[in-house]
Design a protein around this ligand. Structure first.
Ligand code: KE4
Length: 425
């Protein structure tokens, strides 16, 4: 038995599924997870001495590669000054200013500790600001595990949502309506049937939790127009796309402005830090300035904020990183397409789908959750395990994304493309 297997057995005695987040259990790919000992640059090293070329990048934060020396040095120094103070620090001001410089829509921002907390709080601010209760989300979009967002499309025209998890009261789901991604009509219908009741539309401006699915031309612009027409807010959940697609996130790449944005992952440089922000009139509703309550013991934690500041400073000082990681991701896209897989890519964020027809090298398009659900998950699992056997770690689920970091050199990308090419379908 390997050390990972031993640890997984021990972990299973004390933690649900032996992990602290379900996807890490590798259940979708039919094997036990490896346990990581350390990481550096593009690699993860497990407790059995195996090395993996990492395309998960901790689900997005790792845009600079693991253990970036400049970030580590700054964090080590910050630790020596104390881990948490429960009082404001200059660093929080510096990070807030950096976020606002990168994302012009952000006139005011609140730092929190997870993407879940950021989206939950942004939705509460939207409800508090508009005085309306209902929100619209999209099937296949994931916004963290807060009750009101762990819902899925129910049946029936009203597209009332139903809980997508045990333990979520039906009442929470009732205030969340579910539309189909890239389907303007499904949104229009909900807006008109719930006239005056919709506080906000919340979405991933490039979806990455049903695999990567891009907004069709005009979709985001339509959402901008219809929210303005009906007095609702537009919330971009940029926990993945923020600072990933570009320094300015989805607004920089699409030109569409949102009323609120949420951030996570990269903004914390790999530490537990996230944020929500946007229009000052909306954010002014948040306590202690306004009536929308939101708080957090470790919000704006000085060590986590340090990691975020260093990461954003490097990205701002080296904008060529974005061109570099996009170029590398484009090579991967070409390699996957040659194998007949359907690839959706936005910058350095991509997914290769085993969509219907992939065996005949003619995989169908994947434009929404329904399309993604038709993919061949067994074939994906085989592909995952083959890549892992060649020392390449891609996300252990067809519904997750692939991330490229600044540490993925030409040689490593070529090695990956060769491995994809050599795979006999
Ligand atoms: P966290 O609470 O996990 O920091 O963020 C929740 C969240 C919010 N919004 C979007 C668009 C997200 O992708 C996420 C979390 N992403 C997943 C990966 N798809 C995190 C991985 C996991 O759950 O372990």
């Amino acid at each position: 038995m390997s050390r990972s297997e031993e640890l997984f057995a021990r972990a299973g005695e004390l933690m649900p599924g032996g992990v602290n987040s379900p996807v890490r259990a590798f259940r979708a790919v039919g094997r036990h997870p490896f346990f990581v000992e350390r990481a550096a640059g593009p690699y993860l090293y497990d407790v059995d001495g195996n090395r993996y070329l990492d395309y998960v990048c901790s689900w997005g934060p790792g845009i600079l590669g693991h253990a970036c020396p400049q970030v580590i040095e700054a964090v080590q120094k910050a630790c020596a000054d104390g881990l948490t103070f429960g009082a404001p620090t200059e660093k929080e001001v510096e990070l807030a200013e950096l976020i606002a410089k990168c994302v012009p829509d952000v006139e005011m921002v609140r730092l929190v500790s997870s993407g879940t907390e950021a989206v939950m709080s942004a939705v509460r601010a939207a409800r508090g600001f508009t005085g309306r209760e209902k929100i619209i989300k999209f099937a296949g979009n994931y916004h963290g595990h807060s009750d009101g967002l762990l819902v899925k499309a129910g049946s029936g025209l009203m597209t009332q949502s139903v809980p997508d998890s045990a333990g979520v009261p039906a009442g929470y789901a009732a205030s969340t309506l579910t539309a189909a991604y890239n389907d303007c009509e499904s949104v229009r219908r909900l807006m008109e049937e719930n006239e005056g009741q919709i506080a906000a539309i919340v979405l991933e401006p490039v979806a990455a939790n049903m695999g990567v699915v891009l907004p069709k031309p005009g979709f985001l612009e339509f959402l901008r127009q219809i929210t303005e027409k009906h007095g609702a807010l537009l919330i971009f959940d940029e926990v993945i796309t923020g600072f990933r697609l570009a320094l300015g996130g989805a607004t920089e790449t699409t030109g569409v402005h949102a009323d609120l944005h949420t951030f996570g992952k990269i903004v914390g440089g790999g530490m537990p830090l996230a944020a929500y922000g946007g229009r000052k009139d909306i954010m002014s509703c948040v306590a202690p300035l306004g009536p929308v309550y939101q708080a957090g013991t470790l919000s704006g934690n000085p060590v986590a904020v340090t990691a975020g500041i260093e990461t954003l400073k490097i990205l701002r000082a080296h904008p060529e990183i974005y061109r570099q990681i996009e170029k590398q991701a484009a090579k991967l896209e070409t390699a996957y397409r040659k194998k007949g897989l359907t690839v959706n890519r936005a910058g350095s964020l991509l997914s290769a789908f085993f969509a219907p027809g992939w065996e005949a090298a003619a995989g169908e398009a994947v434009c929404n959750y329904e399309d993604a659900c038709r993919c061949d998950r067994e074939a994906f699992a085989q592909y995952f395990n083959r890549m892992l056997s060649h020392g390449i770690y891609v996300a252990p689920s067809q519904f997750e994304a692939m991330f490229v970091s600044a540490a993925h050199t030409d040689e490593l990308i070529d090695f990956t493309c060769d491995t994809i090419a050599a795979w006999n379908r």
